[in-house]
Write a protein that binds this ligand. Structure first.
Ligand code: MIC
Ligand code: SF4
Length: 646
């Protein structure tokens, strides 16, 4: 029986566990990346592990998220990350060099290698044939120290692409189509592999747009083969020697197959407030818009920007619209500046932003009240833009640019003939904004620059044998980590200060939660299905840890958040019967006894007693050998220290 591409790469990297679906495997990690919003904590954790030098082939620290410096905090974090990188063997991509995923694809991604990143959109690297996975900061810290990264051996889904995209239809429309079909839960526990004749019609950046938003499916990752198109991209980046051909065997067996005829895909949009709320323009009808934002790790490549420049050239942005454009990297911005495309954008009235995440994470450019904003980004969760009642639609760059001119959601196919924009045979290469680490012989002398906002990892303790406490919060389905730990320009600067950032935990759902949880001392949270979808921010586990949350009981979890809870020593529990969700309410007193013993004995079912309602609720605590030990130790940091001590 032949192998899928995913199996080939995983088999070449497995260091622990068996290849059985649903079981845990440990893989060797070749490359890591961090960004600044999760990076400070990841490096505090790395320091706490006491490993002097990273043991990966390549680790890169990017500065791209917290780039609005309205106080000292973000700039301090940048300096801290730069100094840690220099000391411990990590390449440092300076602020201004671009968005981590875009730059990594351009300059560092290598087909067939494994990459984990402390950012949920790390699967962008799947566009160049990597197994690239988003993870919590602590998992990345462990991988930098040479530890394996553990995933549940996934189901593998084949998306068979046929045909070719029609003019003005974009890779973004393809992934929106996949989201419409599979939903934000459809990818949980799965790797999505793109195959078929249609693959060769897509460039590497187009493939990366598709794998990037696999994160929104909840998938572990998504991957494309590495073929001639990949080679051409790498050649144009002066990296032909990084290329190897990689594809699935013809007789590979998949768990699921989905066929998509590219020629039938049409321009569409994900409507508020979920990336899977996808509708065609006909279904949406007339939509007047207030803002357009173009950029983010999904759609900020050179090719995307050239299409936008072409549409804007010689025109003026509609007077009712504010258009912001953030090219994804210094390479992209520099090329646009050199060939005049940037001038066309500026001339049309675009507000050019630095090459960074910017509005995608609420770092500026929040829309007006109730404002309708079309964005080429990947997430449109409520409030994420910084405007609570903002109405965010996710669209392709072509749709975004066409609409910026008319002031209404506009089908780019109305623009007439599409120009031919070719992939450059040679990108402009200058890695002068990537600082290499100090040589090993000099690392001792590198001073770590720690600002006053940088506080320690919260206190942990070994798992209790019984938890008697109240339910501090009950929430519904599809809670995102943006609900649990909101981002935005005001809160992001607190990412390295858990006591301060916890004061914002869950305030999107309930302003009083932080105070209530802290007053209770110990508590549990109850939620619905797909709890913790979205970003990889481990702060969504560390803030609850700081506030005394001991367990989270839900119908189902999103992958990265469940791992982050375990890493933080918080028990992840699921209902045996989902209907029991109704038997437990906010404020109820609960008791869960004999937990340690049960976990040690390998029992997965526990009984939670709801004392307020006199009900017994069976709950599942499904932990494997390693995650058992992590939970018992009080989290991954304590566990790793124990292991290193042995
Ligand atoms: C996001 O897109 O939500 C982020 C901001 O990039 C996060 C990481 C973070 O919260 O720092 C992610 O996707 O993991
Ligand atoms: Fe940055 Fe947005 Fe991409 Fe997250 S999704 S890495 S915030 S550009």
């Amino acid at each position: 029986m032949g192998l899928t591409l995913t199996e080939k790469i995983l088999k070449a990297h497995v260091v622990d566990g068996e290849f059985v679906k649903g079981k845990e495997i440990g893989i060797r990690i070749d490359q890591t990346l961090t960004q600044d919003a999760t990076g400070t904590m990841a490096y505090i954790e790395f320091e706490a592990m006491g490993v002097p030098r990273v043991r990966t082939e390549r680790s890169v620290a990017y500065i791209d998220h917290n780039t609005l410096q309205s106080g000292f905090e973000n700039a301090d974090d940048h300096r801290f990350i730069g100094s840690v990188a220099k000391k411990h063997g990590i390449y440092f991509s300076r602020p201004g060099n671009g968005i981590c995923h875009q730059v990594h694809l351009e300059r560092f991604g290598i087909p067939g290698k494994t990459l984990i990143g402390s950012d949920s959109h790390t699967p962008t690297g799947g566009g160049i044939g990597m197994i690239a996975i988003g993870a919590g900061g602590l998992d990345v810290a462990v991988a930098m120290g040479g530890g394996a990264y553990y995933i549940t051996y996934p189901k593998i889904v084949k998306i068979n692409l046929t045909g070719k995209l029609a003019p003005w239809v974009s890779a973004k429309d393809v992934i929106l189509e996949v989201l419409r079909i599979m939903s934000v839960k459809g990818g949980v526990g799965k790797v999505i592999e793109y195959c078929g004749e249609g693959v060769k019609t897509l460039s590497v950046p187009e493939r990366a747009t598709i794998t990037n938003m696999g994160a929104e499916l909840g998938a572990t990752t998504s991957v494309f083969p590495s073929d001639e198109v990949t080679l051409d991209f790498l050649k144009a980046q002066d990296r032909a020697s990084d290329w190897t051909e990689l594809k699935a065997d013809d007789d590979a067996v998949y768990d699921e197959v989905l066929d998509i005829d590219l020629s039938k895909v049409v321009p569409q949009a994900a409507c508020p407030h979920s990336p899977d709320n996808v509708k065609t323009f006909e279904e949406i009808g007339t939509l007047k818009i207030d803002q357009v934002c173009i950029g983010s790790c999904t759609n900020s490549s050179y090719m995307d920007m050239m299409k936008v420049a072409h549409i804007l050239r010689g025109k003026t942005v509609n007077p009712g619209v504010s258009l912001a454009i953030a090219p994804g990297s210094k390479q992209v911005l520099n090329m646009l500046a050199s060939n005049g495309a940037l001038a066309a954008m500026i001339d049309a009235g675009a507000r050019i932003l630095e090459s960074a995440c910017g509005p995608c994470i609420g770092m500026g450019q929040s829309p007006n009240s109730k404002g309708v904003s079309l964005r080429t980004f990947n997430r449109n969760f409520e409030g994420r833009s910084g405007t609570k009642d903002g109405q965010i639609y996710l669209v392709s760059p072509e749709t975004a640019a066409a609409s910026a001119l008319t002031g209404y959601l506009t089908d780019p196919r109305t623009l007439g003939e599409m120009p031919r924009i070719n992939m450059p045979a040679q990108f402009m290469i200058n890695d002068n904004m990537v600082e290499p680490p100090a040589p090993e012989s000099e690392m001792e002398s590198v001073e770590i620059l720690r600002g006053p906002n940088i506080k320690e990892y919260p206190e942990t303790a070994p798992l209790l044998d019984s938890i008697e406490c109240a339910v501090s919060l009950k929430v519904g389905d599809n809670i995102t980590t943006d609900h649990i730990m909101p981002a935005g320009a005001k809160i992001l600067p607190l990412r390295s200060n858990i006591p301060a950032i916890s004061q914002h935990c869950f305030t999107v759902c309930d302003e009083d939660f932080p105070r209530r949880a802290k007053n209770l001392g110990r508590s549990i949270i109850v939620g619905g299905s797909n709890y913790g979808q979205g970003s990889s921010r481990e702060h969504a586990a560390l803030a609850p840890l700081y506030l005394g949350v001991k367990a989270v009981l839900v119908k189902s979890f999103a992958r990265i958040h469940r791992a982050n809870l375990i890493n933080a020593g918080i028990l992840p529990l699921t209902f045996v019967n989902e209907a029991d969700y109704d038997k437990i309410g906010q404020g109820d007193d609960i008791a869960l006894d004999g937990i340690r013993r049960a976990i040690i004995d390998g029992k997965t079912e526990l009984i939670l007693v709801n004392r307020s309602k006199n009900a017994e609720i069976p709950v599942l605590c499904e932990l494997t050998g390693r995650t058992k030990d992590i939970i018992l130790a009080g989290g991954l940091l304590d566990y790793t220290r124990e292991q290193l001590g042995k």
